[in-house]
Ligand binder design. Sequence first.
Ligand code: UDP
Ligand code: LCN
Length: 829
Amino acid sequence: MASKLSFKRTDSIAESMPDALKQSRYQMKRCFQRYVSKGRRVLKNQQLIEELEKSLDDKVEKEKLVEGFLGYIICSTQEAVVLPPYVAFAVRMNPGIWEYVKVHSEDLSVEGITPSEYLKFKETLYDENWAKDDNSLEVDFGALDLSTPHLTLPSSIGNGLQFISKFLSSKLSDKPDSMKPLLDYLLILNYRGEKLMINDTIDTVNKLQTALLLAEVFVSGLPRYTPFLKFEQRFQEWGLEKGWGDTAERCKETLNCLSEVLQAPDPINMEKFFSRVPSIFNIVVFSIHGYFGQEKVLGMPDTGGQVVYILDQVRALEEELLQRIKQQGLHVTPKILVLTRLIPDAKGTNCNVELEPVQNTKHCSILRVPFKTEDGKNLRQWVSRFDIYPYLERYTQDASAKILDILEGKPDLIIGNYTDGNLAASLMSSKLGVTQGTIAHALEKTKYEDSDVKWRELDQKYHFSCQFTADMIAMNTTDFIITSTYQEIAGSKEKPGQYEHHYAFTMPGLCRFATGINVFDPKFNIAAPGADQSMYFPFTQKQKRLTDFHPQIEELLYSKQDTEEHIGYLADKNKPVLFSMARLDKVKNITGLVELYGQNKKLRDLVNLVVVAGLLDASQSKDREEIEEINKMHSLIDKYQLKGQIRWIKAQTDRVRNGELYRCIADSKGAFVQPALYEAFGLTVIEAMNCGLPTFATNQGGPAEIIVDGVSGFHINPMNGREAGNKLADFFQKCKEDPSYWNKVSTAGLRRIYECYTWKIYATKVLNMGSTYGFWRTLNKEERIAKQRYLQMFYNLQFRNLVGKDSAKSRRTCSSANRNKKPQTRIQR
Ligand code: UDP
Ligand code: LCN
């Protein structure tokens, strides 16, 4: 059921709801009676709608109500808290826009309430004393952002950079001396103490304008490709230093761009100018947990797409940096350091090596720093990402000292990854005053349903109290946030995004976040990753195909014997292959795929199923979820008698060969399927599409945005195996009848990738963010410093305290001890 009404931004529910309730008073009284009849509880969106429908008998009446304004409000309510006689609603009319109201179930009076009041209502169900305590800890980061401009349109969420450029344009033109901050910013640009762009002789905006004019006239008279060196001296006479360009033409463009900005700033020239400013040479990237390495690590605990993402990311950033530095006319060697954990017991990986160059780069290295135990010794074993918090402060201090030493100074940009890396990045950037970006990859709070209000029961196993607190600190400290999709920030019309889930939430007994993070904050930016196109290229590029791998891949897919690497076999080699590859986590839903395949006779007749996932033998796994999934896989294969139609291959760590594997599946006119219950982004989806393999992927999370359903691939609903199976079967049937259909989908998938998902687009955007937000942070300095002090206090009084509770225990022992206990929450579906 969905209401067809729309709602204007200016309408307030608190104001319009009473009238609507009056019009259907009799029916709504029945509905509210139903809501409160079971006493105190939380009702989720679907339950609210179902109970509304059940409270009405008359079909016409029901339709009228559901399609009317009240139906619209109920459909837009994400959650309601029942505390008889009241029901409090958290209504989300549009992405990012929330309103809270409280309705009296008897007289149907409506009152608008604040997020904090709504959260207190909810806390009452979990910890009534704390909810009622006026002194329970409430944090409102929004109160510190009052003078920060915010976006207002849901459709603009994630376009922070453009918004900042527009805002800067208006701010820099409103007063005669408003350009002074830009001049001050240019005056501090330097590389290792050597001035860039301008020197101290240009101490007023007027002088700068004159210098720009003179220099532009001068370079206009030179042949286009005259190297900067030939006229460097003339530039210095006007107070101009290197950094404007490598040739006369490039200098002319940059000079002109700044002149335009100074004359009348506009967002296009503003963005262009900041993309040329030589402000970034050295970058530090934190990715701490898991086994961070270049070989033999994928599939190990906590080790997946984030590692792939970062290795590709730093390559792309290096390439873009080198191009920019050359075009700036500089002879500077950039450096990118990926900071991770040194694990002495490295389990056959390189994770015990301190410094390792990143393959296919010249200036990127992995720097590994060990965790320290309480007595100052290096911790030898891997630590689960859930148990990592007690080590982070000391780790960041040790890492910072090494970084400053290797870089011989401060980095220009620090990028954090996941909660642990983002916290380390926040600590380091606050201390050194360096521009910071963060990347979540996946926010755990959204993965585990109700993990905020139920934090107490989960804390021993997951330490969510530390994790969510760290997430809040990092999101509020960072200058900009890089996300892979819009949905990651603000979801869709129907469902809130991962970040949006952190707008107002509570951990009863611990802390209430009246404002955690606002998705209208201009720090949010979308820069989607790509897939390494030297590895994942179309199956049609015959001359590039890695044919040496073909015998191995043939064995992997089609040999008849079970081995340690694969079980099951494919009796009919002529059928296309339906392929999937993922870690064998519950949320990846590989067992769901096997089940839907097992149940769908038509699909089984049309295609073979090949899955690359986890280990095959439960006794070899140490991961609780993986063990459950391995057992389930075996029982499904037996239950549906899949031998002859399924090949289950264990995790494959050779990415180059995996690229060829995707292409071999494409040769069979097969398809890739990503059936996850929830996927933050989904690198396998874009890898498959890069290889020209038609792709079916979950409609829950990033893939819903990567693929345009029915055009560049297909969405499937992981909660509805029958429907998903039929959709797959229909596709293969259609391809059988009309083979050109397969090519059409394959080509459209590739087109989508080239338009939106390449590392080149990504690197350009991220470096532009680095320089623009670098200037932005100098502009709102007072507010930033005030917020930083608040965050520092929160870190010291809250985070350290939470960590302290666990620290002694977990730092003495190998912290995977708790791993085998059963989780008490279910994964978000
Ligand atoms: N991968 C792999 N071998 C496997 C399973 C996965 O090489 O057995 C790679 C896959 O190609 C992709 C990454 O691991 O590059 C998984 O990233 P994704 O974003 O799909 O999921 P994550 O594991 O990060 O949740
Ligand atoms: C983590 C995930 O869960 C995936 O969905 C992403 O693709 C990966 O990180 C890279 O960002």
